[in-house]
Ligand binder design. Structure first.
Ligand SMILES: [Zn+2]
Length: 144
């Protein structure tokens, strides 16, 4: 298991960004909860930073075609760049992302290539699903 891995959202998902689904006030509650749990440290690599970014984690149930929100975490910019590697390849600093991946996972460049291949394979398979249902029951804990 890699500490820091790619999380590629399937092309067939309508909702890849919680921010666009929630009201701004609701998103702030979810974001603040993640930031308070992080307590000034990236929740993946542990780096101390004042600039944490909220990141939604999704699971995909292929049997029921359901996209499930499992967590919202606060992470550093470098980890975020690795997670969204597709976007970083297009408009980010890919070499920096590759270095960060290797450093956090304590692995080689060939491990990076292997993990990227697996992530792309999974992404292709999940993108074949026509339409994903959305499970946001994670958010219920904020209504109590
Ligand atoms: Zn980090």
């Amino acid at each position: 298991m890699l500490r820091l891995n790619f999380e590629l959202v399937p092309d067939s998902c309508w909702y890849s960004n919680l921010r666009t689904i929630l009201k701004p006030t609701e998103w702030q509650i979810v974001r603040r909860d993640a930031l308070s749990r992080a307590n000034g440290h990236c929740m993946i690599c542990g780096k101390k930073t004042t600039r944490l970014e909220a990141h939604e984690r999704w699971a995909y149930d292929e049997k029921t075609c359901t996209q499930i929100l499992t967590d919202v975490v606060a992470i550093c910019h470098d980890c975020h760049q690795v997670i969204h590697i597709g976007r970083t390849q297009l408009m980010g600093d890919i070499n920096r992302a590759i270095d960060h991946f290797q450093k956090v996972n304590n692995c080689s460049y060939s491990d990076y290539i292997k993990a990227l291949g697996e992530a792309n394979k999974l992404h292709q398979r999940l993108s074949k699903v026509d339409e994903w249902k959305l499970d946001l029951s994670y958010l219920l804990k904020f209504t109590k």
